[in-house]
Design a binder for this molecule. Structure first.
Ligand code: CMP
Length: 138
């Protein structure tokens, strides 16, 4: 069993579609083993997206990610990282395959409804950035 880190982003919490997104996650045999609804501070969001600090969209990304609550999650399952990336679809919803979360729900490349870790190392770092081990209940 592998774990990945997920964020259901402010565009989705604002539209009350977090349950619809969780249904897609669960229908694809990923188990939500930790989940919290939080308001990100700018500091916490900037730390999370530190790798993007020199990108032209960085400030807008931080504005957006702090514009409303997010749901942070740990997902567990076989090939969790690759599986969740497949279910999410491409970063830009215009390029996402049909049936994916982003094709179905994302508004644009920034307000793209969900985040998922892109590697095992980043999954570990991202999970540890938000959760203590005893908050993950399998
Ligand atoms: P995420 O997978 O969380 O990683 C970085 C985020 O930056 C991305 O999803 C989008 O929400 C946001 N973003 C905004 N503009 C772009 C862009 N041009 N390319 C990639 N990501 C972008």
């Amino acid at each position: 069993m592998k774990r990945t880190f997920s964020i259901i982003k402010p565009d989705a919490t604002k539209r009350n579609i977090t349950g619809a997104i969780n249904k897609i996650i669960e229908d694809n045999e990923l188990k939500i083993v930790a989940q919290k609804r939080i308001q990100l501070s700018r500091e916490k969001a900037e730390g999370f997206y530190f790798v993007h600090k020199d990108k032209p969209f960085f400030n807008e990304l931080i504005d957006y990610m702090t514009s409303g609550p997010v749901i942070i999650q740990v997902l567990e399952g076989e090939n969790a990282i690759e599986k969740y990336r497949k279910i999410m679809g491409a970063t830009n919803p215009q390029n996402a395959d049909s049936g994916t979360i982003r094709k179905e729900y994302a508004l644009n490349i920034q307000e793209n409804s969900v985040h998922g870790s892109d590697s095992e190392e980043n999954a570990r770092i991202e999970i540890n950035y938000f959760f203590k081990e005893d908050e993950i209940i399998t």
